[in-house]
Design a protein around this ligand. Sequence first.
Ligand code: SAM
Length: 286
Amino acid sequence: MDKMVEKKRGRLTLVATPIGNLGDVSARQTEVLQQADLVAAEDTRHSGLLLAHLGVKKPMLSYYQHNEEKREGELLARLAEGQDIALVSDAGTPGICDPGSAILRAAVAEGFEVDAVPGPCAMIQALVLSGLSTERFAFEGFLPRGKAQGEFLQKLKLDERTLVFYEAPHRLRESLQVMLAVFGPQRRMAVCRELTKKFQEVQRGTVGELAELWREREPRGEFVLVVAGAEPAEVQGEADMEQVKAHLRRLLDGGMKHKAAARELAAVYNLPVSEVYALGVALKDE
Ligand code: SAM
């Protein structure tokens, strides 16, 4: 009796691509693109340039926010025919504020093999470079616009995790002003601009300082905003002096001036500056 020959089913692989520096393409990303039967891309022209740079020649199909649903059936049919599909977005990791997750879910639901080749992601790059805690964080994507923005941030005000947001340049100033109103001037944050590119900048400071800085400067390029989580005392609504002391020690060890640290923590913990300053004096004597 003839053995049943099982028809090969295709595999869908999400492939991360550079967020501005072509040197960040990995050998595995190139290999998967090279071996794919089809490359689905958010913008075929844009990704076509990357493929040409890598010397990869493949049939391409557009897959972007507004044709995701329409394309789903076609991509699943091709997987069923045994084609291996690589999916890329314009920059970074597909599925992170970019198309990719819907088709991955659909492929999983249909029982197809899926994979993802890791690589650049602006959120991770910014989080790591921010100098803020990376232990626990929340990625919030793009902020809603208008009145909803303040309400959205209010809900995050007491979140103790580091918060990461994507922001468009023409909305940066407004968002920093709303952050200033919600988080207050003393909360620490980082504004990360043009990551991995020639003019990369990471500005670390307080929300007050960075909101002020960008009032003066025309925002250009791509931005990620990283905001420190709430201090536990802020969440509890009352200052635990051991907590304040430990926080003060961290700031002083980090090189902050005694007076500036006292002012900052007084605002964070709602204490008189003199009380926090005195804590610092006691710390020096310890
Ligand atoms: N999938 C991408 C990723 O993995 O980071 C994100 C795509 S999302 C449509 C684009 C946003 O990501 C930009 O508006 C900006 O907030 C952020 N972004 C992407 N590349 C960046 C870069 N080189 N520097 C700073 N932010 C960047």
